[in-house]
Write a protein that binds this ligand. Structure first.
Ligand code: IPE
Ligand code: IPE
Ligand code: MG
Length: 249
């Protein structure tokens, strides 16, 4: 397999189109370390990370992977220095405004998961605009987890369900897995088959706790800004070598 082939639009020949994941989730980690290694401020790492995500999204489209979910900001990331948090919020807003036209042209359907109501109003505006404008697109389903926490997501689902029960609209016996899923932010999106985490950490950091129950996990040492098509190819190859048993023998 030559590099030329790998970075091209065509699926590398040693990947099996039929057995590609239908949904890839990604923890984009290592922006800060990438910048530090180069003597740059952490913000530069975040900025470069945007280009990486854009290319991964295109790669998923080229290789016909129907859904991609990216972890952009966790409920715990508010604990970072104010300057960094502000930079990230402004970056998200700027990128959304800048990329909307291209997302329309490329038929991307973008949606956001997380507690969006507490985000800066100007960012919420861009989020709503991009979701509304792209909702009828039929291409890749691109989900961005912003102010997302798996525990928070489960709690808010429980609260909403409890209110339904209190109102007499639902009985406790009716609560099962498929009903519960309808109250998650990810309602209607298939569970990820593959979780990729960059920069070496072996944890899920409160990402999609419910949805990742049976995802295959792939961790690479590569820092997020350096994650390219070749790295993605390696992750997919590893995925196709796994045996998914789902508790069976
Ligand atoms: C991930 O990169 C991006 C966000 C969490 C927003 P980090 O900023 O966590 O980078 P490291 O882990 O410090 O290198
Ligand atoms: C996870 O990365 C969150 C995002 C990528 C948005 P973190 O850098 O925040 O995770 P920890 O702190 O290493 O667990
Ligand atoms: Mg990190």
């Amino acid at each position: 397999m030559t590099l030329k082939l790998i970075v091209s639009k065509d699926l590398p020949t040693d990947l099996d189109q039929i057995r590609l994941p239908k949904h890839v989730a990604i923890i984009m980690d290592g922006n800060g370390r990438w910048a530090k290694l180069r003597g740059l401020p952490r913000m530069m790492g975040h900025q470069r990370g945007v280009d990486t995500l854009k290319d991964l999204l295109r790669c998923c489209r080229d290789w016909r992977i129907p859904a991609l979910t990216a972890y952009a900001f966790s409920t715990e990331n508010w604990g970072r220095p104010l300057e960094e948090v502000k930079f990230l919020m402004t970056l998200f807003e700027r990128v959304l405004r800048r990329e909307l036209r291209e997302m329309m042209e490329e038929n991307v359907r973008i949606s956001f998961v997380g507690n969006l109501e507490v985000l800066p109003p100007s960012l919420q505006l861009e989020i709503n605009r991009s979701m509304n404008d792209t909702q009828d697109n039929t291409g890749i389903q691109f989900t961005v987890a912003t102010n997302y926490g798996g525990r928070q997501e489960i709690i808010q689902a429980c609260q909403t369900i409890a209110i339904q029960v209190q109102k007499g609209l639902l009985t406790p016996e009716e609560i099962n897995e498929s009903l519960f899923e309808r109250y998650l932010y990810t309602s209607g999106i298939t569970h990820p088959d593959l979780l990729i985490r960059t920069s070496g950490e072996m944890r899920i950091s409160n990402f999609l706790l419910w949805q990742l129950a049976y995802a295959e996990i792939y961790v690479t040492q590569t820092l997020w800004p350096d994650f390219n098509r070749e790295e993605f190819y390696k992750a997919l190859l590893a995925y196709q070598q796994r045996e998914r048993r789902f508790g069976k023998v």
